[in-house]
Design a protein around this ligand. Structure first.
Ligand code: ACO
Length: 332
């Protein structure tokens, strides 16, 4: 049975840098508050007309394809993880499909929020293992700067999230013990309303009205403490689960690439798994929390910095809204 290797990674982050001090000019917050609680110093916000979700995904994909030595027409399937698609429908997978000379291949949007890229990676891995496809493009991208309000009432969430895109090319390999060794996916819907955006959903007869906007009913909600507690439980658990399946231990990890939820969450996972700084990727200070884009951006950046070498054991893990969480072990 073939397995899947990541043969190319790419990323695109918007040009516009927004610092904590920039946010403090438009809402009652401070660099100190944001840095202390989240580790974030700055994030990127897209510019309408210059950047869009599918355009950022396209730029990230072009880099990943070039690094993999592949052309768009070599791709057999596209997986696009996002919670912030260009349109309400159709999904952004088809917009990516039309942006480059891909064939009329399948294009699947995945709604796994912060765990979206892990879900996408696992789906791609299964398609490659069954022999159905040989080359799959998996993307995680978000534009969130227009979801959260840059105001006092929106500050608890708007200071945390940012925009960006990351991409990975997966290819079939017959080399034993190489590539994605295992993936694990989980969910627990009893927490669905602990981190969610109820509107404009289909539960209400009137999905959208001026009154709803005025009352702030379009703003997402997060129970920060519940998210924190569960992230600290499920991140280490799902990392240990996937390692155990491969008969590996925490000490075997060369590089852990966790979803960049919050620097305090990453620090707690690192402590729990007893990993030194050089074995854990943390770039949230530069980009904020980019949800489905955070793992592929962090993976790409680590690769660009020479932190991932041939044969390294790389572990990816994510946890977020749903709650949904997952992990992957890769022999690079
Ligand atoms: N600037 C200044 N003050 C703020 C801000 C802000 N941006 N946001 C909230 N506050 C105020 C609140 O109004 C509150 O004031 P009060 O005490 O007068 O009522 C005070 O700061 C404390 O608010 P809390 O919500 O209790 O803040 P907390 O210390 O819990 O920190 C945070 C919030 C950072 C979200 C924290 O709960 C946390 O780290 N949670 C983990 C979840 C997380 O990181 N989620 C983001 C990613 S989700 C994911 O990717 C899985």
């Amino acid at each position: 049975m073939p397995s899947s290797r990541i043969t190319g990674v790419g990323k695109y982050v918007p040009k516009q840098v927004v610092t904590n001090n920039d946010l403090a000019k438009v809402m009652d917050t401070s660099d100190e508050w944001i840095t202390e609680r989240t580790g974030i110093k700055e994030r990127r916000f897209y510019k309408e007309g210059e950047e869009s979700l599918s355009q950022m995904a396209t730029w990230a994909s072009e880099i990943a394809l070039e690094r993999a030595g592949k052309k768009p027409e070599d791709v057999d399937f596209i997986i696009f993880a996002t919670l912030s698609s260009d349109y309400f429908f159709p999904g952004s997978g088809v917009l990516l499909q039309r942006s480059l000379p891909f064939r009329n291949v399948g294009a699947l949007d995945v709604r796994g929020q912060c765990a979206g890229f892990l879900y996408g990676l696992s789906i791609a891995d299964q398609f490659i293992k069954t022999g159905m496809y040989k080359t799959i493009l998996v993307v995680g991208a978000e534009i969130q700067s227009n979801i959260f309000e840059l105001s006092d009432r929106g500050r608890s969430m708007s200071v945390i999230f940012g925009d960006g895109a990351g991409a990975a090319v997966l290819e079939a390999t017959n080399e034993p013990g190489r590539g994605i060794l295992a993936t694990k996916l989980h969910s627990d819907g009893k927490f669905a309303e602990e981190l969610f955006s109820p509107n404009p959903g289909s539960r209400k007869k009137v999905r959208l009205s001026a009154d709803m906007i005025e009352k702030g009913e379009l703003l997402p909600y997060m129970n920060g403490k519940t998210v924190f507690v569960n992230a600290l439980k499920y991140f280490p658990e799902v990392i240990r689960e996937v390692l155990t399946e491969c008969n590996l231990k925490e000490t075997d990890i060369n590089l852990l690439v966790p979803h960049q939820a919050n620097a305090r969450i990453t620090a707690a996972i690192q402590k729990e798994l007893k990993l030194p700084d050089d074995r854990v990727v943390s770039n949230i200070h530069k980009y904020g929390n980019t949800t489905a884009a955070s793992v592929p951006i962090a993976l790409c950046e680590a690769w660009e910095e020479g932190r991932i070498k041939d044969g390294d054991l790389v572990v990816l893990a994510a946890f977020g809204s749903g709650f949904m969480w997952g992990s992957a072990v890769i022999k690079w």
